[in-house]
Design a protein around this ligand. Structure first.
Ligand code: HSE
Length: 388
């Protein structure tokens, strides 16, 4: 099969390496502004003109690994309209334009696949679709950001510094071009939206999902939780409940003996609850050039061999997001006991002017609202839901 790759950065070049290893996929065009270091021998395949791809009848499939939404959306739509299958690891694009792109693929009789968009090298979305063939998915949840897990794990294990670990995650190719989307939770948010929509045949949007990241975590939070036998992870969760979808992203404290607490370095752990199959968890490299590149090529192979699974009609279930009944107890660390926080607190300890609290059961919406409000006011705060 002859393919093109648009965007030859970390994942695009990883996909190229996996295509070479597979042997039956030929990368004939690469769309990028400049030739990547180490790939100078491919110079004659590079182009900056999308028409060189859409107008080439030999190219059957295009890998979009440019990232972002604007140009990526425009080029993917052009490829679909030109009758090319598309495979993309671009979670921003799929999360924001899921229905539009799937509808366009269907209208043109081609496939759009995005397994690497959630879980990097883990065939999570592939297995989610597989489960749906004969089961009802009730819940999806997990650790889906390799950068955050890398930072949290190093802080817990080695007392490492947040900023230094973020820098290392960037050097290792785990982090996004703008790493604030990793640490503020928006990367996890996009993966939640994609997983929930596939799991529940829904069409929920990013703005439906409350999100709070880990950028305000400090060594004192890790130490306090560790003392209590707890480990903090950034979690996504989406659950079908009472005719709606509860979906949110937040730091969560797990017992040290749990599976989640033992996810190391940049790994991801993603779990589904099937009505019949029960709990299934998927663990592995959630980010990085070769794992994600391989996942891209697995999708390409499935399309080439006519084995790509049906996705189902986007939004067909009509399920909407509703977090009004999602309630947890939270660990909250803040620097001042004020009238907004005090009524929510069950127990607290004060050390050196810092309040380490356990809340009463409160809604996700209320907790996130308070967290964002205090940050806007420049106040110190971190919170983590206490896993049940
Ligand atoms: N920045 C992402 C992560 C890359 O750290 O998980 C994989 O989606």
């Amino acid at each position: 099969m002859k393919i093109a790759i648009m965007g030859f950065g970390t994942v695009g070049s990883g996909a190229y390496e996996s295509a070479l290893a597979e042997g039956g996929i030929e990368v004939v065009k690469i769309l990028d502004r400049c030739v990547r270091k180490g790939y100078e021998h491919l110079t004659d395949r590079f182009t900056s003109n999308i028409e060189d791809i859409t107008g080439d009848p030999e190219i059957e499939l295009v890998v979009e690994s440019m990232g972002g939404v604007g140009v990526a959306r425009e080029f993917v739509l052009k490829c679909l309209k030109a009758g090319k299958h598309v495979v993309t690891p671009n979670k921003n694009l799929i999360s924001a334009c899921y229905k539009e792109l799937m509808d366009e693929a269907e209208a043109n009789g081609v496939m759009l696949r995005f397994t690497p968009a959630v879980g990097g090298g883990i065939p999570w979305l592939y297995n989610l679709l597989r489960t749906k063939r004969c089961d009802e998915v009730l819940e999806v949840r997990g650790i889906v950001n390799g950068t955050c897990n890398y930072i949290l794990d190093a802080m817990y294990d080695k007392g490492a510094d947040f900023g230094e670990m973020l820098k290392t995650a960037q050097e290792l190719g785990y982090a996004e071009a703008d790493p604030s989307s990793d640490i503020e939770g928006t990367d996890t948010l996009r993966k939640t939206v994609i997983s929930a929509n596939l799991a529940f045949d829904a069409a929920i949007k990013e703005e439906d999902v409350p999100v709070y990241g880990i950028s305000t975590i400090q060594a004192c939070d890790i130490a306090y939780l560790k003392e209590k036998g707890l480990v903090c992870k950034l979690m996504m969760k989406a659950e079908k409940k009472d005719g709606a979808i509860e979906a949110y992203v937040e730091p969560t404290a797990f017992s040290v003996t749990s599976l989640e607490a033992n996810v190391k370095t940049n790994n991801n752990l993603i779990t589904l609850e099937g009505k019949n199959v029960g709990t299934q968890s998927f663990y592995g490299q959630g980010a990085g050039m070769l794992p994600t590149g391989e996942s891209v090529i697995q999708d390409v192979i499935d399309i080439r061999d006519g084995k790509a699974q049906a996705i189902g009609s986007t939004g067909a279930s009509g399920l909407k997001a509703d977090n009004s009944k999602a309630v947890h107890r939270y660990y909250i660390r803040h620097d001042r006991m004020c009238e907004h926080i005090e009524p929510l607190i069950d127990t607290f300890e004060e050390k050196d002017g810092i309040f380490y609290c356990i809340s009463k059961p409160i809604t996700v919406e209320e907790m996130h609202k308070m967290g964002h409000h205090r940050r806007e006011k420049g106040k110190e705060m971190f919170f983590a839901a206490l896993a049940e």
